[in-house]
Design a binder for this molecule. Structure first.
Ligand code: GLY
Length: 576
């Protein structure tokens, strides 16, 4: 089988226009008694986040007349206080905003950037071998953060609140504290050894005797409150040019980091065209590079569109086989082509074309798994934590927001900025430390994703908005590292193909295949018979821990349905 580059080139040369089945199903959101899953319901709007307190403050904004962008930005800052393992101001992410009135969907790219002092080989030793922890647990693991600039840009373009108003609930939560949930205590206990080596982190996130805050105990963050107040008073550039910037750079320097004040001064978010595709008559908008998410969600949907997935059945062996074959071809392409389009050419139109997908679908053998080695060479890497976070918001004015942001690992690099009270990301690990060597998620990157000064590292984050007949229909996305793409894909398929209500769609068991390692990873809940059938086709099927945490919304006939992912005990969807 040809290498991905050759497969794509051949498909582009030989492609003819293709008629695929595009059956439009009327999707209904049943919430009748007897359903096993019940979404939250609202008539004026919906908020779904991974944290009850963040959902509540965003819901309050909508209830007081704010729009979906006001509520989303408020939730983003609140999560930076209440969910420090992933909510952040020291990281970055992506936001999609759909405005039904203008018909526009815009993407805000506030992904971190490599500092100017970064270089292609900075995480390699003198023999050219990758020093894995250097891109994960050091000051140089951090990219220049984008969250404050990105959220402020969204508010400026589409919001009605001032930045100070959007920050106010977060400041209150940081100043007065909040009773920590079980998940907060569990997560920080698990990361304790790694986190307590950093003095400022120990001081900020642990009790004075070094112990962990227990469920129900009140956790206050006075330094973070002061940082957020400075930003509220002086504007978003304070983070990049003011006292916060100075504290941040002092912390980086203290630990031998290369980031400078110039790097912070130069940081700007970017407005991007989202990736646009279609699936069975629905318009799918998702994140464009430097995220690979949108490209591969659309590519996989294109490969699946010609088959009647609904009739084949939810998580049947035939459906999982098709999904696995499509997923691994997409992840093989990811390893070759995807990177920051400010630096490299990404053949996006080709990857997302129906014709290319048809040429890939034609390679599937419905009886046998295609070995990954026949798609392209691969390597195995261990699984690591994936504490990104996603939230979705929609209002009754036709605005919808899908936002995914992250520090990369839980608590990022583990380094807290002393005096400013926030954690730094370890997003530099999302670059290819060396082309062909997998990152923490087992994802292999090519030269397109090599480290370059000022470049954004490739992401899988996939904030997605699906429209139907010009109306916002499904707002979705997920954390999950390399599983973000396939988790988001399955929420779309569950709603459109399997006609599930949104709470069911985010709850049911998921599967994942990323081409390397050679396995279909499944959650508990797939029957042994199904696994036997897949194994008989030549698939390796491995049950591992749950994947993703998709906080999603469906809007149908003016009613808002919210799905809070049960994989996070703090998830909450709230309608009004
Ligand atoms: N750090 C995970 C991602 O951006 O995909």
């Amino acid at each position: 089988m040809a290498h991905p580059r050759h497969r794509l080139a051949a498909a582009l040369l030989g492609a003819t226009t293709l008629l695929l089945s595009t059956v439009t199903l009327a999707v209904a959101q049943p919430i009748i008694e007897g359903e096993r899953f019940h979404p939250a319901v609202g008539t004026h709007g919906m908020v779904a986040t991974s944290n009850t307190l963040a959902t509540q403050v965003a819901h309050d904004v909508l209830a007081q007349g704010g729009n979906a962008v006001d509520a989303a930005v408020t939730a983003g800052f609140a999560l930076a206080v209440t969910q420090p393992q992933s909510g952040n101001i020291g990281g970055g992410g992506f936001m999609l905003i759909s405005d039904e009135k203008s018909g526009k969907v815009i993407a805000i790219d506030y992904r971190e950037k490599a500092p100017q002092g970064a270089s292609e080989t900075m995480f390699q030793d003198e023999h050219g071998n990758v020093i894995a922890d250097a891109s994960r647990y050091t000051a140089n693991a951090s990219g220049v953060p984008g969250t404050v600039a990105g959220l402020a840009l969204a508010l400026d373009k589409y919001g009605t609140l001032s930045l100070a108003q959007a920050l106010a609930p977060a400041i209150t939560l940081a100043e007065n504290g909040f009773a920590v949930p079980q998940l907060f205590s569990d997560n920080i206990s698990q990361a304790r050894e790694r986190l307590t080596q950093w003095e400022a982190t120990r001081k900020t996130f642990f009790k004075s005797d070094g112990s962990v805050y227990q469920p129900g105990e009140v956790f206050k963050q006075p330094e973070l409150a002061a940082t957020l107040k400075r930003i509220a008073e002086q504007g978003p550039r304070e983070f990049y040019e003011g006292k916060t910037a100075q504290l941040l750079i002092a912390e980086m320097k203290r630990h031998g980091g290369i980031m400078t004040l110039n790097d912070l001064n130069a940081y700007q978010p970017a407005l991007r065209e989202p990736v646009h595709g279609s699936y069975r008559g629905y318009d799918v908008y998702s994140m464009s590079p430097p995220s690979s998410g949108g490209a591969h969600i659309v590519q996989i949907l294109n490969m699946l569109e010609g088959d009647d997935i609904g009739a084949l059945g939810f998580n049947s062996a035939a459906t999982i086989h098709l999904m696995s074959e499509a997923m691994k071809r997409a992840y093989a392409d990811r390893s070759q082509y995807l990177g920051d389009t400010d630096f490299v050419n990404v053949p996006l139109a080709a990857i997302t074309s129906k014709a290319y997908a048809h040429s890939l679908r034609a390679q599937f053998d419905m009886q046998h798994a295609t070995p990954s080695s026949e798609i392209a060479p691969g390597q195995v890497a261990p699984y690591e934590s994936d504490q990104t976070t996603h939230f979705s918001v929609a209002d009754d004015q036709g605005l919808a927001v899908s936002n995914t942001y992250t520090l990369n690992f839980s608590y990022g690099s583990g380094i807290t900025v002393d005096g400013a009270g926030f954690l730094m990301n370890n997003e530099m690990d999302d670059f290819s430390a060396k082309p062909g060597v997998p990152n923490a998620y087992g994802l292999i990157g090519g030269a397109a994703n090599k480290i370059e000064p000022g470049k954004r590292m490739l992401s899988s984050m996939s904030p997605t908005i699906v429209k139907h007949d010009g109306k916002n229909f499904l707002i979705t996305g997920s954390p999950g590292g390399s599983r973000i793409i396939t988790t988001t894909l399955q929420v779309i398929m569950n709603v459109i193909d399997h006609r599930m209500n949104i709470q069911a769609a985010v709850s049911v068991p998921r599967v994942h295949d990323q081409w390397s390692p050679e396995e279909i990873r499944i959650e508990q809940g797939i029957s042994p018979d199904t696994i036997n059938l897949l194994e008989a086709m030549g698939h390796t099927v491995v049950t591992k821990e749950a994947m993703g945490a998709s906080q999603s919304i469906v809007i149908e006939n003016g009613t808002f349905y919210g799905g809070a992912d049960p994989r996070r005990s703090t998830s909450a969807a709230m309608g009004l």
